[in-house]
Design a protein around this ligand. Structure first.
Ligand code: FAD
Length: 293
């Protein structure tokens, strides 16, 4: 492994200054669960690793009870999200996703920001944040800008971040009452496995708990970047949600996906799993709404 210098700034501005001073050979690091593997394997050879871990404002998890907006600092770890009762109760889709990432050790170190910026098609953190209409706040040498989480991704391992830009936090708008959500991933093993497919569903029903007013069907490993099955979502809106309707939505989502054959499984198998799990996650949404969560 090539030697590198380790820099530990305590503010976003200081981190960006360090980056600008060494822009050719510097890389940011959060939990390091992706970066350190790449450095050890020689796939990444930075002269400087700029740790973001001491930037306190990026490590905050906060729900504004007055507005209902949730703010998740990019440095918040999967374990912090998993242990939060607020996340477990109010954002089941996020809880489902982060509590099944890697191992306890990976969840203790890995951050939600690193998961997004690493930009693998299977990133478990991306699907719930897209389904929850998350917005990413970026800060770089040219100042701040924001974008929808789904618009962060350009291609596998590629985001819209410009050189030196940092993901500071993700905000989630208030959730409507009578909203249920869930995420599941399907792979050959239950843990420590890149999934064949990841499926997140979020449904909001009207006041009579009858008609669907909002639907999100988000898929991982179904395209080069995390995607929404917008045709299937539109199909659900305005309908009374029954198992038969969810089966039709699953079929539409499977048809919309851009799955492909890989060493982990075939496109056919992935499509079948989308059909099965859109229905199952839809039923889970209904059950959670019935329970009053
Ligand atoms: C054994 C193992 C199992 C795993 N299992 C899973 C799994 O089940 N599901 C899953 O989704 N992932 C899994 N991962 C991948 C990884 O753990 C996660 O993607 C993790 O969330 C990455 O976060 P990190 O803080 O460690 O990122 P880092 O390794 O620190 O960084 C990842 C990338 O993001 C950049 N970066 C990090 N934070 C920022 C920021 N705030 N602003 C700008 N750039 C930033 C870094 O420069 C780097 O390019 C696994 C990894 C390992 C080693």
């Amino acid at each position: 492994m090539k030697a590198f210098k380790y820099l530990i700034p305590e503010s976003v501005e200081a981190a960006i200054s360090f980056y600008q001073a060494h822009s050719e050979t510097a890389r940011y690091m959060a939990g390091g669960t992706d970066v350190i593997v790449k450095v050890k394997e020689g796939w990444m050879e930075p002269d400087y690793l700029i740790s973001l871990k001491k930037i306190q404002e990026m490590a905050e998890l906060h729900k504004n009870e007055a507005t209902g907006e949730l703010s998740i600092g990019a440095l918040v770890t999967h374990a912090t999200l998993e242990k939060s009762l607020m996340i477990r109760n109010d954002y089941p889709i996020l809880y489902d996703a982060v509590s099944n990432i890697g191992s306890l050790q990976v969840r203790n170190m890995g951050t939600i920001g690193g998961n997004l910026i690493n930009a693998v098609p299977s990133a478990d953190g991306a699907i719930p944040l897209i389904a929850l209409d998350g917005v990413a706040l970026l800060h770089g040498p040219e100042g701040e800008r924001s974008c929808k989480v789904i618009d962060l991704f350009i291609a596998p391992y590629q985001t819209i971040l410009k050189p030196g830009e940092i993901l500071k936090k993700i905000t989630i708008p208030p959730q409507a009452p009578l909203t249920g959500s869930g995420y599941t991933k399907f792979g050959r093993r239950a843990a420590m496995e890149l999934p064949l497919i990841g499926i997140g569903v979020l449904l909001t029903l009207d006041e009579e708990s009858e008609t669907c007013t909002k639907a999100r069907i988000c898929l991982g490993v179904a395209a080069p970047t995390p995607m929404r099955a917008q045709g299937a979502e539109a199909f659900l809106v305005g309908k009374k949600i029954t198992e038969a309707v969810l089966i039709q939505a699953g079929n539409l989502a499977a048809d919309e996906s851009r799955v492909r054959d890989s060493i982990r499984g075939t496109a056919w198998h992935r499509r079948e799993m989308i059909r099965v799990h859109v229905r199952r996650m839809g039923l889970r949404c209904l059950a959670l709404i019935k329970e009053g969560r």
